[in-house]
Design a protein. Structure first.
Length: 203
């Protein structure tokens, strides 16, 4: 097996899903974390000047979802059936687009109250709530989102719900099946151990 080194900031951010996938798959990897004060001198080392970067032996792989998808295949978290694999991709891409919508707009505000107002009055009713309603219906009849086994789409969904509920703890109160799904993922032994032992970070 090749040697893997995941390079990112000393933060969860877009690398945490990748860490979960490697950890759950029992795949050894080096978790290299760059402190923010060291980033200006390290930036030029990275393809396109961005992280995360996954070094596969000496070959760099960029883009967080491309890395996560590769890692998921290595970890056995992508279904062999092409349609089921595409359904995983669809959920992951939907979640990613939704979170991009949130972050792109939240960045416009300096004031925390304004950020909260945007979330409550625009993002939640127009983006998150319809998405959660659909998910809740799907998860009311099954344990995992796509197949009867855990996939990387489940990890992506749970990780995202964790991020959202850290700042907006009440947003799942009417979506009990989504909340239960998040808790199921976080109780998977490998994921639970990672969460319990991962360092506190700013984001």
């Amino acid at each position: 097996m090749p040697e893997y080194k995941l390079i990112y900031f000393n933060a969860k951010g877009t690398a945490e899903l990748i860490r979960w996938i490697f950890t759950h798959g029992g795949i050894t990897f080096t978790d290299e974390r760059i402190e923010m004060e060291d980033w200006p001198e390290r930036k030029s080392e990275m393809p396109h000047g961005k992280v995360p970067v996954l070094m596969i032996d000496e070959e760099p792989l960029v883009q967080s979802l491309a890395i996560a998808r590769f890692a998921a295949k290595e970890a056995g978290l992508v279904p062999e059936d092409n349609l089921e694999a595409a359904m995983c991709d669809a959920l992951v891409d939907t979640v990613n687009e939704m979170m991009k919508e949130l972050y792109d707009n939240v960045r416009k505000y300096d004031d925390d109250d304004e950020k909260q107002k945007y979330f409550e009055e625009i993002f939640f009713p127009n983006h998150l709530e319809p998405f959660l309603k659909n998910l809740n219906e799907r998860l009311s009849e099954k344990e995992w989102f796509v197949t009867d086994q855990l996939t990387w789409a489940d990890l992506m969904l749970a990780r995202t719900m964790m991020q959202i509920t850290e700042k907006h703890p009440d947003c799942l109160e009417n979506f009990s099946d989504v909340a239960a799904h998040m808790e199921r993922v976080c109780e998977v032994p490998s994921i639970k151990e990672w969460i319990e032992n991962s360092p506190e970070t700013a984001f």
